[in-house]
Ligand binder design. Structure first.
Ligand code: ZN
Length: 158
């Protein structure tokens, strides 16, 4: 994954209180995990007995969350629409097979009665909006004030 230092600086100046940051794990999945936890939701990770090994499993509510990288899962955003420059055919095929598998997994999960939420990597940049989406999906009507500063980690992933 490409790390862009410039990006970190912009994010720092723009909106986040970076002085609060202790966690150095920059994966989008970690952002979603921390956020869900801060919102009071408890979950299990990567349950192997479910189709697609969902990133987060909320068993009581029978809901799962996948955190997808925009490029590898071909999100319809500027990161997902990037066309590989070298070995284009090979990487396109690989990405397409990810997308096909996602559809299969989500269909299988739905057939088993699970509700599925996809969180895209690019969406983890707006933690407040993401918090609202998560709360809505996980069935909490009123969104509590989230202490964003304690949740956000460095966004060096895009
Ligand atoms: Zn995206």
């Amino acid at each position: 994954m490409r790390v862009c230092r410039m990006d970190v600086h912009n994010a720092k100046q723009r909106s986040f209180n970076m002085s609060q940051i202790r966690n150095r794990d920059t994966k989008p999945e970690m952002i979603v995990r921390k956020l869900a936890f801060a919102l009071g939701f408890r979950y299990r990770l990567h349950r192997k007995d479910l189709p697609g090994k969902p990133d987060m499993v909320f068993a009581g509510a029978k809901k799962v969350v996948f955190v997808h990288g925009c490029y590898w899962h071909m999100h319809d955003c500027k990161y997902g629409r990037v066309v590989p420059k070298t070995n284009a055919e090979f990487w396109q095929t690989k990405r397409q097979s990810n997308v096909d598998r996602d559809v299969r997994d989500q269909t299988a999960l739905a057939a088993l009665g699970w509700q599925v939420l996809i969180v895209w990597e690019c969406e983890t940049r707006d933690v407040e909006a993401l918090g609202e989406r998560l709360s809505k999906f996980l069935g909490r009507g009123e969104v509590e004030k989230v202490e964003v500063e304690s949740v956000v980690v460095e966004t060096t992933h895009l």
